[in-house]
Structures are given as structure tokens and as C-alpha cells.
Design a binder for this molecule. Structure first.
Ligand SMILES: Cc1ncc(COP(=O)(O)O)c(C=O)c1O
Length: 413
């Protein structure tokens, strides 16, 4: 059976060239970068080379602006909490969006418990927040804006540059979670106008358990963990040298390939969107139709239970996800899908397909062949489908046999 991996927003395989680099730093060059002898110096050199690779990939002006972390999640926590605690005397207000990954949202929730006030900006139907919304939310107590670059569930790319201008005009520190955008679309910290940016290794053909935080020189921030002097005391703990080397190599490779991959994958993306919408009735494209990640396709199929669809596709050798990897398994529908105005019933029928560099045209064809009968079969079995049509609009919970007239319901999506 054909095996097709379409879940690159969840994680990616480690590129063999990355693995090859990495392994040298587990076996041969195993030194502690803090040691003064040659083993240590070798490891230090590798860490600093990787720091340069990360800095170059995101347009940072100095390697001193990059700190390695254990994940994208840790990097986001470091960025957000570090700014919050350091600026507490100035104010206690943080602005974020309903689109954020739990790495940001749960962190903000915790800060709320600690006395900070958090404004979570609502999304439009495509998952966007505007710079104007951000500007209107700023008060004289605002110390931080944290808005993601690209969304993991629906692929929408946020207007970070415009938000960056608002942040700068109002002298508010600005963080963006770029875990999903790095290596897929251009990411340049000066063009985006961010003070902090966070990223992760395993979404760009590096290993899991490695991430980085960019912090612009002069940003008022304090560490959130304490220990030795590693990472300029920003993130103490003996460095994950192999992971760091891998992240450096992976980000360099991803940046080199970015343009060609984006061209090819966005062609597949547009074909998938067009054909799925044509072939399968009662389908809603989620996220922005154009302004989305080149490798990202997401839909909601009415009268479908996402987990069953995922399992049936899995039996056909296709890996996709429904909601985000972190929330699947829970009965609550994705917070992003409900935030763009979808009802819980509709949100439960979500599919996310995220392509990667090894996917081919044949993978797309196989998926387009397999999906329609899977949906048809599930709908035929679904109690929601025939005879008991639930109204699937975002405001109505009525189940009955009759169609409701909601006027512009279709346009809502
Ligand atoms: C947008 C976004 N932010 C943060 C993370 C967390 O990254 P990590 O898995 O490295 O903790 C993810 C991972 O899914 C993500 O998609």
C-alpha cells in the first residue's frame, strides 16, 4: 500500500544530512561547550556556528540575539514570561490572539493567574487579526504583543509587518511565534519589526526537542530559569549540542530550498483546494484562500467526525490530522476553528493536510482518489447526515429535518 505522510505541521522527518551532522556531536565530538580543552572547544565552535546559521536564516544582526531552547514551546514561554516579569513595573497588559498555539495561550493564561491582564483578540472568518485591532487594544499598561506568524491549524499568515509597525509606534515589545513559518515563507526579523521571535527544529527537518528564541538587542527581558552561565544566562543548562548543530543545519537547508519548495507545494495546495471543493459537497475551506502557508490545506466536512476520517485515511496509508496534534484525542473541537466562527459540529469534521519536501504529484493524486469515497462512506454511516440534519451554522444548535434559512450562512465561511 502507498504510504503518504501529509502531517508536516505536526512534525517532519530528520533530513539524512542533518542526522549525519548531528550524530558526530553525540559520538565523536561529545565535549561540553563550557570545557576549555579541545573537546569542549570543538563543541563550542559547533554551537556558535549553528547560532550563526539561525541568525542568518532570520536576518538577525548578531549571533548574540539567538538563544537555544529545548523546544518552540519553551522558547515562547521564555519570550513571553521573560518580557512580562521584566516589565511588570511598567504595566501588566498583554495582547495576543485567539489563533495562538497553546504554547502562547496557556502561557498567557498562567500570567493571568499571576495578576497580568490578557486581551485575546478575536479572529475574522479567515483567522486573521488586523493591525488596527492591535492598535485599538493597546493601553498605557500594555507591555507585550504576541501574535503568531502563521497558524498551524488553518495555515493563515498574519499581517506581522503591519502589527510590527503598530508595536513600534506605541513602543510595545512584540513577539511572534514563527514555528510554522520559518523555512516555508520569508522570515526576517527587521522586515517583520519584531523584538522576539521563536522557532522549533522538528518542523523543518530537524530533531524534536530543540528550539530557539531571537531577542533583539536592547529588548527589556529577564530569564525565567536560573543556573549556569550558558546561553548568556538566558537559558542555563548544558547545551544540547547535537540538537543545536542539527537546528543550524536544518534551518540553513530549509532556507536554501524555501523558494523552490514553496513554488511546487503551493501548486499542489491550490489543486487540492480546487478539486476537493469541487468533488465533495458540503465542504468548507478553513483559513485564508490565498494568504496561507504554501504547504497547508485545511477543510471542514459537514456531517463528518474528524477522528473517524483520520482513522479511515490512516488505513489507506495516508497521515493527516484533524484539529491540532496536541488537541486530537480530546472531545473539544479546536479553539481556532471555533474562533473563526464554525459551530462545534462543523469544527469536528476538520481535516488538515500539510505537505513537505518529499511529497510528490502522485501523493496528491492518491489522496484525491481516496478521500471522496471515504467521506461518502462516513456520511452514509453518520446519524448526522441523512434525515437528521443538524443546522451547522455557528449560532444554532437545533437539530431537525428541515433546512433553516440563515440568509448569508454560506458567506459566513
Ligand atoms: C505554532 C506553533 N507554536 C509552537 C509550537 C510548539 O513547538 P514545539 O513542538 O517545538 O514545542 C508548535 C508545534 O506544534 C506550533 O505549531
Amino acid at each position: 500500500m502507498r504510504k503518504v505522510y501529509f502531517d508536516h505541521s505536526a512534525t517532519t522527518p530528520v533530513d539524512p544530512a542533518v542526522a549525519e551532522e548531528m550524530i558526530k556531536y553525540i559520538t565523536e565530538h561529545f565535549g561540553n561547550p563550557s570545557s576549555i580543552h579541545s573537546w569542549g572547544r570543538e563543541a563550542r565552535k559547533a554551537v556558535e556556528k549553528a547560532r550563526q546559521q539561525v541568525a542568518t536564516a532570520i536576518g538577525a544582526s548578531s549571533i548574540g540575539e539567538i538563544a537555544f531552547t529545548s523546544s518552540g514551546t519553551e522558547a515562547a514561554n521564555m519570550a513571553i514570561r521573560g518580557v512580562a516579569y521584566a516589565n511588570r513595573q511598567k504595566g501588566n497588559h498583554i495582547i495576543t490572539s485567539a489563533a495562538e498555539h497553546s504554547a502562547v495561550l496557556a502561557c498567557c493564561k498562567q500570567l493571568e493567574r499571576e495578576g497580568f491582564t490578557v486581551t485575546v483578540l478575536p479572529l475574522d472568518q479567515y483567522g486573521l487579526v488586523t493591525a488596527q485591532q492591535v492598535a485599538e487594544a493597546i493601553t498605557d499598561k500594555t507591555i507585550l504583543i504576541s501574535i503568531m506568524h502563521a497558524n498551524n491549524e488553518i495555515g493563515t499568515i498574519m499581517p506581522i509587518k503591519e502589527i510590527g509597525e503598530v508595536a513600534r509606534e506605541n513602543k510595545v515589545i512584540f513577539h511572534t511565534d514563527a514555528v510554522q513559518s520559518v523555512g516555508k515563507i520569508p522570515v526576517n526579523v527587521d522586515e517583520l519589526g519584531v523584538n522576539l521571535l521563536t522557532l522549533s527544529g522538528h518542523k523543518i527537518y530537524g530533531p524534536k526537542g530543540i528550539g530557539a528564541m531571537y531577542i533583539r538587542k536592547g529588548t527589556f527581558w529577564q530569564p525565567i530559569t536560573f543556573g549556569g552561565g550558558q546561553e548568556r544566562r538566558r537559558r542555563p543548562g548544558t547545551e544540547n549540542v547535537a540538537g543545536i548543530v542539527a537546528l543550524g543545519k536544518a534551518i540553513e537547508m530549509a532556507t536554501e530550498r524555501m523558494y523552490n519548495d514553496a513554488q511546487r507545494l503551493s501548486g499542489y495546495r491550490d489543486r487540492l483546494i480546487k478539486e476537493v471543493l469541487e468533488k465533495i459537497p458540503n465542504t468548507i475551506l478553513t483559513g485564508h484562500p490565498q494568504n496561507r502557508l504554501p504547504n497547508h490545506v485545511s477543510f471542514c466536512f459537514r456531517f463528518i467526525e474528524g477522528e473517524s476520517m483520520l482513522l479511515m485515511l490512516d488505513m489507506k496509508g495516508i497521515a493527516i490530522s484533524s484539529g491540532s496534534a496536541c488537541t486530537s484525542g480530546s472531545l473539544e473541537p479546536s479553539h481556532v476553528l471555533t474562533a473563526i466562527g464554525l459551530s462545534k459540529e462543523v469544527a469536528h469534521g476538520s481535516l488538515r493536510l500539510t505537505m513537505g519536501k518529499y511529497n510528490t504529484e502522485e501523493d496528491i493524486e492518491y489522496f484525491l482518489e481516496v478521500l471522496p469515497p471515504v467521506i461518502e462512506r462516513l456520511r452514509a454511516m453518520s446519524p448526522l447526515s441523512e434525515g437528521c440534519n443538524p443546522c451547522a451554522c455557528s449560532t444554532c444548535t437545533v437539530h431537525d429535518d428541515h433546512h433553516h434559512d440563515h440568509g448569508d450562512e454560506e458567506e459566513q465561511y
